[in-house]
Design a protein around this ligand. Sequence first.
Ligand SMILES: [Zn+2]
Length: 105
Amino acid sequence: MAGGQARPELTALTGEQRDRVAKHLRRHRTRCAGCGSTDFDIGDALYLGFLFRSERQDAYLVGLTCAAPACPAPRTGVRLRKTDLFRPGEETADGEDPREAGTTP
Ligand SMILES: [Zn+2]
């Protein structure tokens, strides 16, 4: 099996960023559609604005896996805005955002 293949459009999240996702899930009382659990394993972030022109320019989809062992449909995801996920400077590791280039606070 050739799992774990690196995909450039996926952004691996740091522990701190996963923590922000977890807070977002709690704030919005996000539940698993399969079993109703609120316990998720937080995966990578996919930049949606890159793939779908109808999406907001700053929309990310963060992969979630329901942590309930008996869940019938454990794979899901949550949409987050870039500002909910990243702090200024964090997201520029592998790409430049032209809207922010050259702006100094
Ligand atoms: Zn579930």
